[in-house]
Design a protein around this ligand. Structure first.
Ligand code: TXA
Ligand code: MG
Length: 318
């Protein structure tokens, strides 16, 4: 098995309860039939993912939502109708037939409709939705190209459906509900302000509060294997580093310092969308360099920049 653009082959494998890495607009996912215990167990095993960390269910369309969720409120419907297909995941009360493996024993299920032509074509040809976490080993950087996925997993174990580079480049925003109050579980590719414009101010948890609710949100996540420092002031941080080969990931500026061995700008023209799109590919590239430390620069904390900073902070957590 290898990387292909062959959707028919992916369908065949998924129907046989195998796991296939699929493209989405956010990041690549490691997908399996939500009704197959075998497929779901393989996803956890391949990722080395703890069983307490629930998976996102991917639907072909909003009209399928009742198959997996119940008690869908008006606010949830409004968000789904507005942003699907797209990078917003909703956490809703689950249908009885959604397995505890997928939801990690919770009575809620996370669900979204991906906005990627290949993912949608695949879902349209299957008669079951797909559970899919990001297609990376637990704790490492999410994949935004088919090559990232095949570098992580043995080709005999994971078939990769190549749909090109992901257009968004960071994960979906995750929103749940407490009664009628919308709650942010994870900052992501759908800007918070766009969601708040429809359902009012989101309740935001501190890092420690959210951990038991959205268990995947451990502080260290999306991390390069090279040690990483998150800073608002690259020059000041450079000045504190001695006898080390440094890689710098800046927002849009070029820095000059003798310790810098490798440098990448996320967006030369200061576009946050472009920065999000290049974030993980840049971290993958940095991680492959012979450097001792990576300095990552905080980006403007607005729009999708909130999610970028969240990922950078987690990449640098120890
Ligand atoms: O963009 C994305 O969301 C990508 C693509 C593949 O769709 N998927 C993704 O999945 O990022 P993953 O597994 O890396 O992150 C899913 C997170 C979990 O870490 C967990 O925190 C949250 O979704 N989650 C899933 N089910 C939940 C539930 N019932 N309640 C609260 N949080 C949940
Ligand atoms: Mg992930």
């Amino acid at each position: 098995m290898s990387n292909t653009k062959d959707i028919a082959k992916a369908i065949q494998l998924l129907q046989k309860e195998s796991v296939v890495a699929i493209p989405t607009e956010t990041v690549y996912g490691l997908a399996g039939n939500i009704y197959s215990e075998k497929a779901i167990r393989s996803i956890f095993e391949l990722k080395n993912r703890p069983m307490y960390n629930p998976l996102i269910v991917h639907l072909k369309s909003y009209t399928e939502l009742e198959k997996v969720a119940v008690n869908i409120t008006d606010k949830a419907r409004l968000l789904a109708e507005t942003f699907w297909p797209g990078p917003l995941t909703l956490v809703l009360k689950k249908q009885n037939n959604i397995s505890d493996l997928i939801t990690a024993g919770k009575d809620t299920v996370a669900v979204r409709v991906p906005n990627h032509p290949v993912a949608l074509e695949l879902l349209n040809q299957l008669d079951f939705p797909l559970a899919a976490p990001s297609a990376n080993p637990f704790g490492s950087i999410s994949p935004t190209t088919a090559a990232h996925v095949s570098n992580y997993f043995d080709s005999s174990l994971v078939h990769v459906l190549d749909g090109g580079a992901c257009s968004q480049g960071i994960e979906s925003t995750i929103v749940g509900f407490e009664e009628d109050q919308a709650v942010l579980y994870r900052a992501g590719a759908t800007p918070i302000a766009d969601i708040e414009a429809l359902v009012g101010t989101l309740k935001v948890f501190t890092k420690d509060d959210v951990a038991p609710i959205a268990p995947g949100m451990l502080s260290k996540h999306y991390a390069p294997s090279t040690s990483t420092i998150f800073t608002e002031d690259v020059e000041k941080t450079l000045a504190t580093i001695t006898r080390k080969r440094v890689g710098v990931v800046s927002f849009c500026k070029e820095y000059n310092h003798p310790a810098i061995h490798y440098q990448k700008k996320l967006s030369s023209n200061g576009s946050l969308e472009e920065a999000a799109n290049r974030l993980y590919a840049t971290l993958h590239e940095m991680d492959a360099q012979p450097i001792d430390v990576i300095i990552v620069e905080k980006v403007p904390n607005e729009g999708i920049g909130v999610a970028i900073n969240d990922k950078l902070l987690r990449a640098s957590a120890v």
